[in-house]
Structures are given as structure tokens and as C-alpha cells.
Design a binder for this molecule. Structure first.
Ligand code: AMP
Ligand code: ZN
Length: 471
């Protein structure tokens, strides 16, 4: 598999540290609100990368954190007059509601910053002991950026350029404008933790360095996040971890492109965002997932109602194809394919090859979806022109279709609850069949119209019988 590595700005063959295993870390949300569709992009796409590795037989350990203590969480808590953990607990719970809706699997570990305090304090201590960080007079701890000559290697910015852009804000006691906070001294009324050098709370960058160490070890295969995290967040994570541990931090750095709206980055601060759950109410969670998959994760992706509607229509087509197959399988006979069917089934493998080729090419989901649509059209054409297709052919085609859509985790849902009107619907369908047999076509049409207009049930006459579905 090839992955585009921000570190080298090239597509590279993925070679794991341990054969057959992948250690992945992705920066997760700051939990002070529901997440918006822009945030959903890395959550969906890097979960998919994990799923794809698993599909290819790798054992994956995947960590995605929750930043549960920072200025935004504290501000929100103050606004509501509650403690920070009430806010964090609430939005972590809500994260899982949306994530589950979007078909995102739970990570192997979802550490919270406040539950990783020992590891955070340990790494800060190591950095201080090694001279890579210092305690300022006010109790803040800063990373001494000049002690890491490779600083800037991820964002490909020379040190001099970064130096020219660096500033010291009011209240900061840095030796150098390039230095950054790894620990913030306690302020009155704010939560704080006891460290050997004083009370305070961790800076944002250090929590990821500490969590990677704790759950995955000093060197990992893949680190990922949104493009906006490249600098300074990921650059700072590299500096902290490589200075503390004396080894390479992550071999592959993956960054998703921005989700835009009117071609501007969707962000909470600009106010141009849609919450995932609001869009889901209108279009369904799975449509949002389909929309994300419709573009390669590195390209910009513009959000629009038309685009969501188009993706909903695409998804509906896939569901219709699947439902048709399920219906046909339930009616068909024959556990061995005919010679012609065996050939048709063998030829379907070309779409699987195409799918894998696309996913192996830096997880090109747009092309992977094309392969699925080609597979669908092939199956529809064959089964449509072979009313006597055996169960063996239909099941073989169905299994492949479900395997590939299953990797992307789309089209897997079934309405488990039996339709409460099932008996009535089937009774009406039987009455219609009787009317047709008696050549009372007006009555047959009346029943069909009644089903559609009064009960929201569409019926389709097929050679295998009448198929009905809710519209
Ligand atoms: P945050 O909760 O703001 O720290 O963001 C969580 C994740 O969402 C990070 O990986 C961000 O890079 C990513 N992210 C935020 N906004 C966007 C966007 N408009 N498009 C793509 N990714 C985004
Ligand atoms: Zn991070």
C-alpha cells in the first residue's frame, strides 16, 4: 500500500515497524461542543484507514484522544457555571453518538488528557532534565525549540522563517519567541494538577506526545490529523517526542484536506459550520459518510446541499441493488452455479482488484467507490437479463458486493424491526394478485394506488414475485 507522507511529500510504500502490525495515532476532538462536518472528515477517513488495514489482515492498534482540558473547555464550563469535567463528559458522550451514526468504530484506546496526567508529567520532566524544556519564573514550562535543529521538518519551513514569524504574547515568559508551552502554571479558579515543579495543566501539544508513548511506544507507524494540525501542533509533537525519547516519532504523517463551505475552511471560529447531527437529521448519517468517501481524503471537499443530495441518491441506488439481490436470493433455487454463471462470477473479481488497487493508492476512496458502482451495474445487468439465475450466482455476487461495501462500511444496514403493517401489506398484495387473475384490473390498480398513497408502500412485479418496499 502506498501512502502520501507529509514528512517527505511523497507517496511511499507502507512498511510497518513490525510485520503484520500497524500502530496508528490520530488527533481527536477538543470536547466543548458537538462536532461539525469538517471535524468529521479526519474521524471518518482515518477510521477507514484502520478498517482497511484490518481488511488486509493487519493487527491495528489505533489511538484517538479527547482533549478534555483547555481554554475552550474551561470557558464553556464557566459560561454554564459547571466544572470542566461536566462539559467534557457530556461532549465525549455526544461524540460517540455521532461517531456511531457515521459508522466510525471505537478506537482501541480513547485516552483523555486528564486521565493521562502521570505520563504527561513524566515526559515534561524528561524534557526539563535533558535541557529541552525549562520552568519559567511564573511556573509555565516551555520547550526550548533551538535544542531541536530539525524543527520545521514536517511543515517544510526553515528555522529562520519560523523565527521571523514567532512572537511572545503578553504574559509569556519565554527565552525565545520560538519556544512553546508544554505546561501552563495554575491560574486562580482553574483546574490544576500537581507536578514536581508546581501546579498547573498541560499544554495541548504535550498530551499527544505523552499518549503516543503510553499506548503505542516511542515510535509509531502512522500519525494523522487535519491539515491545519501540521503546524504548529504536529511539528511540536515531533520536537517533544524525539527530544524526550531520542528516536523517530512517526514514520508516516497523513493529513486530510479541508472540508470547505463556499470554498472557505469550515471552522467553529468562523461560524460557517454545520453540526454533523443537524445535517444527519436532514440527510441521514450514512449520506454524510458517503459524501466523505466521494473524494480522496487529501483533496479539498466542498460541502453543499446539492452534493449531499447527490450522495444520498447514489447510496439509495446501492441499497436498491442490495435489496433486489436479497429478494432474488430468497426466491431462487440452485446451489451450484451454471458454467456461464461461474464465468460471470469469476469476472466480477476484476472489480475487487480495482477496489484494492484504488485503496492501496493512498486510500483513493473516490476510485474505490467507482469500482463498487461498476460491480453493481455488472450484477444488475446479469441478474436482470437472467430471470432464472441460480441462488449460487446471486449469493456469490451479493457476498462480493457486501464485502467491498463492508470495507467502506456503507450499505450494511437492515431494517431489523419487522414492518408493523407486514401482514396487512401482504394480504393486500394477495388480493391484488387475485383481482389480476380475475382480470379485474381496475381493482388491482386501486389496491396498488392504495398501498402507495395511503400506506407508503411501493410494489414491483418481478418474475420472482411481488417485491415491496417502503418509500
Ligand atoms: P478540533 O476539535 O478543532 O481540534 O478538530 C478535530 C479535527 O478536525 C482535527 O484533526 C482538525 O484538523 C480537523 N478539522 C477541523 N476543521 C476541519 C475542516 N474544515 N476540514 C477538515 N478537517 C478539519
Ligand atoms: Zn495531536
Amino acid at each position: 500500500m502506498k501512502l502520501f507522507n507529509t514528512l517527505t511529500r511523497q507517496k511511499e510504500e507502507f512498511v510497518p515497524i513490525t510485520p503484520g502490525e500497524v500502530k496508528m495515532y490520530s488527533c481527536g476532538p477538543t470536547v466543548y461542543n458537538y462536532f461539525h462536518i469538517g471535524n468529521a472528515r479526519p474521524f471518518i477517513m482515518f477510521d477507514l484507514l484502520r478498517r482497511y488495514f484490518e481488511y488486509r489482515g493487519y493487527k491495528v492498534t489505533f489511538v484517538q484522544n479527547f482533549t478534555d482540558i483547555d481554554d475552550k473547555v474551561i470557558n464553556k464550563a464557566n459560561e454554564e457555571g459547571v466544572t470542566y469535567d461536566v462539559i467534557a463528559d457530556r461532549y465525549i458522550k455526544e461524540y460517540f453518538v455521532d461517531a456511531e451514526g457515521l459508522g466510525i468504530k471505537r478506537a482501541t484506546y480513547h485516552p483523555r488528557a486528564t486521565e493521562t496526567m502521570d505520563a504527561i508529567i513524566d515526559i515534561v520532566k524528561t524534557l526539563i532534565d535533558k535541557g529541552h524544556a525549562y520552568v519559567a519564573e511564573n511556573g509555565d514550562v516551555y520547550f526550548r525549540t533551538k535544542t531541536f535543529p530539525e524543527y520545521g521538518k514536517l511543515s517544510h519551513q526553515p528555522l529562520e522563517e519560523l523565527q521571523a514569524g514567532a512572537r511572545i504574547s503578553v504574559g509569556e515568559l519565554k527565552e525565545d519567541p520560538m519556544d512553546f508551552a508544554v505546561w501552563k502554571a495554575a491560574k486562580p479558579g482553574e483546574p490544576s494538577w500537581q507536578a514536581p515543579w508546581g501546579k498547573g495543566r498541560p499544554g495541548w501539544h504535550i498530551e499527544c506526545s505523552a499518549m503516543v508513548n503510553k499506548y503505542l511506544g516511542p515510535t509509531i507507524d502512522i500519525h494523522s490529523g487535519g491539515l491545519d494540525l501540521t503546524f504548529p501542533h504536529h511539528e511540536n509533537e515531533i520536537a517533544q517526542s524525539e527530544c524526550a525519547n531520542g528516536c523517530t516519532f512517526a514514520h508516516y504523517w497523513l493529513h486530510n484536506g479541508f472540508l470547505t463551505i463556499d470554498n472557505e475552511k469550515m471552522s467553529k471560529s468562523k461560524g460557517n459550520f454545520f453540526m454533523v447531527r443537524d445535517a444527519a437529521k436532514e440527510y441521514g448519517y450514512e449520506t454524510i459518510r458517503m459524501f466523505m468517501l466521494s473524494a480522496h481524503y487529501r483533496t479539498p471537499l466542498n460541502y453543499s446541499e446539492e452534493s449531499l443530495k447527490m450522495n444520498k441518491a447514489s447510496l439509495d441506488r446501492l441499497y436498491e441493488a442490495r435489496n433486489n439481490l436479497e429478494f432474488r436470493i430468497s426466491k431462487a433455487q440452485g446451489d451450484a452455479p451454471t458454467a456461464e454463471e461461474a464465468e460471470a462470477l469469476a469476472s466480477l473479481q476484476q472489480y475487487k482488484e480495482k477496489f484494492i488497487e484504488a485503496m492501496d493508492d493512498d486510500m483513493n476512496t473516490a476510485n474505490a467507490l467507482s469500482a463498487i458502482f461498476e460491480l453493481m451495474r455488472d450484477i444488475n445487468a446479469y441478474s436482470g437479463s437472467h430471470a432464472d439465475a441460480t441462488r449460487a450466482y446471486l449469493k456469490g455476487a451479493y457476498d462480493l458486493f457486501m464485502e467491498l461495501t463492508g470495507v467502506l462500511n456503507i450499505v450494511q444496514k437492515h431494517d431489523d424491526a419487522e414492518d408493523p403493517d407486514k401482514a396487512k401489506i401482504e394480504e393486500l398484495i394477495a388480493q391484488r394478485a387475485a383481482a389480476k387473475k380475475a382480470k379485474d384490473f381496475a381493482e388491482a390498480d386501486r389496491i396498488r394506488d392504495y398501498l402507495l398513497n395511503e400506506m407508503g408502500v411501493a410494489i414491483k412485479d418481478t418474475r420472482q414475485g411481488v417485491q415491496w418496499s417502503r418509500v
